[in-house]
Ligand binder design. Structure first.
Ligand SMILES: Cc1cc2nc3c(=O)[nH]c(=O)nc-3n(C[C@H](O)[C@H](O)[C@H](O)COP(=O)(O)OP(=O)(O)OC[C@H]3O[C@@H](n4cnc5c(N)ncnc54)[C@H](O)[C@@H]3O)c2cc1C
Length: 429
């Protein structure tokens, strides 16, 4: 394991270089200020700049520092919830619109990649949601029928068909979703940043917003070395909310997810693991994900953080899991390990808040942010320019503190550690 720097792991090694951006200094004015340089903020900046709007983005650290640079890279369609669960939570009309918009979100992502020639290992082969038990298979059946009613190209595969696409006999079946695909997630963020910059957006890094106030109908954003006066503000900080927006963390349940990546597998082995380069995850309560990168590395991920004591525990689990799910690999070793914080809500629905006049945020994508971040960034850009005529298909709410959030977070972390230690995976085989 050469890489002990638990930040962006493999992704920072394989993302193409991005030009460096300055930190902001002095007094600046803009029409729209965006806070946060992940998918949401970058998509908003790109779409505003393309419309000719004067837009300035402030990122506390580097482009893609938050979830955007740490995730698995699955470009999924829709939320984790099944369509009928979405409707039960937000109502029929809004629910169907939310399902439609997010069901089509991979189109937006892959179109942006094509339009701006973003080099991010994009593969649109589809994803496989794998059943680890007969009850998991029944639940996928429900998912299939709810999506098929809405015309989505999803198909439930039996164990044999699933095994040939996964390259493993470990699962009872899998739901193939042809709308979806994979990207190198940090490289996608870099590509959006480059496209936004080329379209005229001003981007600044190492420029945390430390306070914000309103004076004479103008928003004033303060950073350590500069300030920005803006007519409108889009907040796009998600689970990495910091400095002035730390309170936003109180609305989320902390939920960590780690990944380990192997060195490139020998070609004859690489051809047998997810041979058509689908990405896969299972429907276990403590889920695991599997994907390959362009160079033929296998990435395995699951719930938890890989700091300190937990590192060995999760690493041992990852080794045992890879050896059982993909026995053709033989003894496995890992090159990189990293993790990130997912912004979860109690009902698994993202949040839309109006924080003041012309000051909005959409946040908490519950672990699915590549499509939603790209979509909600675009919709917020339109909302700021055209007002509430633009439909953001989420209930408007006020930020609310989640009670016992830290306890809930500890519960997830402890549950994942117990599960990974006990290696209940044995009941799969
Ligand atoms: C480990 C992991 C795996 C995941 N897997 C997937 C997946 O496979 N597919 C998928 O679709 N989604 C996945 N997600 C979720 C996805 O990464 C997020 O939903 C997405 O990154 C959200 O984008 P964003 O731009 O809203 O926020 P982020 O990408 O988190 O960006 C927020 C940015 O705001 C900046 N910031 C914070 N405070 C300030 C401040 N005061 N001033 C200025 N800037 C500030 C942060 O530094 C950060 O760069 C995963 C997330 C994690 C952590």
């Amino acid at each position: 394991m050469e890489d002990k720097k638990l930040t962006h792991g493999l992704w920072e090694k394989t993302a193409p270089a991005l030009q460096s951006f300055d930190l902001i200094r002095g007094e600046n004015t803009t029409d729209v200020a965006i806070i946060g340089g992940g998918y949401t903020g970058l998509s908003a900046a790109l779409h505003l700049a393309e419309e000719g709007t004067d837009v300035l983005l402030l990122e506390a650290k580097d482009i893609g520092f938050g979830g955007a640079g740490r995730n698995v890279g699955l470009v999924n369609a829709g939320l984790w919830l099944m369509p009928e669960e979405v409707i039960a939570r937000v109502g029929k009309e809004m629910g169907e619109e939310l399902i439609r918009v997010l069901g089509e979100s991979p189109d937006l992502v892959f179109n942006l990649i094509e339009k701006h020639k973003i080099e991010c290992e994009a593969v649109r082969a589809g994803t496989l949601h794998c059943a680890d038990s007969p009850s998991g298979y029944s639940s996928l059946k429900q998912r299939e029928s709810q999506w098929q009613e809405r015309g989505a190209p999803v198909t439930l595969l039996d164990s044999e068909a699933a095994a040939s696409l996964i390259g493993s006999k470990a699962f009872v079946g899998a739901l193939l979703d042809k709308r979806a695909g994979t990207v190198q997630p940090l490289a996608y963020a870099y590509g959006l940043a480059k496209a936004a910059h080329n379209a005229g957006a001003k981007l600044y890094t190492n420029s945390p917003v430390i306070s914000i106030n309103r004076d004479n109908n103008v928003w004033i954003l303060h950073t350590p070395y500069g300030m920005v006066k803006a007519n409108a503000v889009i907040l796009a900080v998600q689970g990495y909310a910091d400095n002035a927006f730390k309170d936003m963390q109180q609305n989320l349940i902390p939920f960590n997810y780690f990944q380990f990546s192997t060195p490139p597998l020998p070609e004859e082995v690489s051809k047998t693991v997810l041979p058509e380069r689908h990405a896969a995850w299972d429907n276990n309560l403590v889920l695991s994900s599997y994907r390959m990168d362009k160079a033929g590395r296998l990435l395995v991920g699951s719930v938890g953080q890989v700091d300190n004591f937990a590192y060995s525990l999760h690493k041992n689990w990852a080794e045992r899991t890879v050896e059982k799910v993909f026995p053709q690999i033989g003894k496995v070793s890992f090159e990189h390990a990293w993790y990130g914080r997912i912004a979860m809500t109690t009902d698994h629905i993202p949040r839309f808040h109006i924080l003041g006049p012309d000051f909005i945020t959409v946040t908490s994508y519950n672990g699915r942010g590549i499509g939603p971040g790209s979509v909600f960034g675009k919709l917020m850009a339109q909302y700021i320019k055209k007002g509430p005529k633009t439909i953001i298909p989420l209930p408007l709410s006020n930020p609310e503190k989640v009670s016992m959030r830290n306890l809930r977070g500890l519960f997830y972390e402890a549950g994942a550690r117990i599960y990974h230690t006990a290696q209940r995976r044995t009941d799969l085989f």
